[in-house]
Design a protein around this ligand. Sequence first.
Ligand code: NAP
Length: 502
Amino acid sequence: MKMKRGIDMTDDSNTKAAMILFGATGDLAKRKLYPALYNIYRNSQEFHDFAVIGAARRPWDHETYREHVYAAIQPFVAEGDDVGDFLDRFHYYSIDVNDIQSYLGLKDMAEQLDHQYHLNGNRLFYLAMAPSFFGTVTHNLNDSSLSKTNGWKRLVIEKPFGHDLTSAQQLNQEIRHVFAEEEIYRIDHYLGKEMIQNIQVLRFANPIFEYMWNNRYISNVQITTSEHVGVGERAGYYDKTGALMDMVQNHVLQMVALTAMEPPSRLDTEDIRDEKVKALRSIRPVNADNVHDHIVRAQYTSGTIDDQVVPGYRDEDGVSHTSTTDTYIAGKLYIDNFRWSGVPFYIRTGKRLAEKSTEIVVEFKDSPMTHDFKGSDIRPNLLVIHVQPDEGISLKLNAKKFSTSNETMPVTMDFSSHGLDEYRASDAYERLLYDCIRGDSTNFTRWDEVALSWEYVDSVIKAWNEVNLPVKEYEAGSMGPSEADQLLAKSGHKWWPLNQMN
Ligand code: NAP
């Protein structure tokens, strides 16, 4: 029997499902979800018995909806592929999610498709719409009995999950009223990325790294997720949110947790999540006394990116001219446990930066013999996990220069996913949706992870409000404000260059 994390993959009755997609006419559905569904359908043996009900306000009929879905998947359709069966499974239902009455027709449609496709009553509710609707929709799913089914039911929700701990708790209570914790799939799409999923393999399948994965051998860890793009069309949302809430609360802290966690007793969903929770709980909170030494917040001014002059944040459409929203955050985190005591985890994330990259750099301590290699360019060993745009792992070493006495030169050992024959660039949404359909919630965030992340972020915001931490400026096209370099320099560290994969 083929098993993965306790799921019987040969039992196809488990993967039969009706997907009820709220926000079916929106951007996320079009750019990510339809291509993901099509790729799963095309590439997996297990996912052929399904139906999708696309729900949104627009008064579309099934055919209009299918044309919309086809336009979204078209770039992924290979010549000769027959998409007829796939598209026939898409159905449209026009609904205002605030109107409980309209759920009754949706329920009828779900029951009819369940019968038609023999879906065993399994229902996947995907909320691809603004978070302000999450509570209303789950409430109405319950009151209309749509969520009461004799098969399994699952709820997929997008970020942001609240805007602080209190609002997240409130939202959680609302959805927990209808769905059990194990039925809730909180998406953090970074957890669907190939190299993020590779962190566990790298650490736990390679003893050479795991034995050294502690404060005895590691000097510091640097986690960067930097973007070229500015605020774009998201100004309305972003100006109320900023980099700390938009990126650190979820993606960055998830990367910290995966890098810092203890090995789980088994590679099982709950064991892994338990260890991530312990790591998050050990992050030292920020307060008014230490915020100056731990956090840099900044905003971009105008500058040049890819030879294009771009406006400063406050001159972007939809942004207030007096906005103090952070478009950049750098932080120094300490994880107060035996493994990491004294090792800074540096984090940074920002918009309009010179490099577009997500990387985790693990810097090892210097060799005690560094000084014996006089006149040599001896560098620290670095293990670099390239998450995007490159996907791979690099190990930076020192080697002897050819034909000289004892001089050294830096060398890099690279592994790139792109070189593999079996490599197929699958999108994070494809992996996560596939996991959802099979009931594997390992790569989704459990409630206590969300709550602890908000606790940290709330502590930062409270502290910077108390001391009125200034919002520094950085030029678009730079790598952030000089204060972020000083954050590391104080401890004798520096940011390592990004995108250095050979
Ligand atoms: P969007 O393009 O604005 O789409 C919103 C959807 O909600 C539309 O289908 C809209 O359809 C529907 N809708 C709005 N009000 C409704 C109502 N009262 N009743 C029924 N349907 C209603 O938003 P999005 O960019 O797809 O984002 C959706 C969610 O994903 C958000 O939580 C966002 O934060 C998250 N997210 C998005 C992305 C992305 O790349 N777009 C990435 C990460 C996370 P009608 O106008 O036809 O009603």
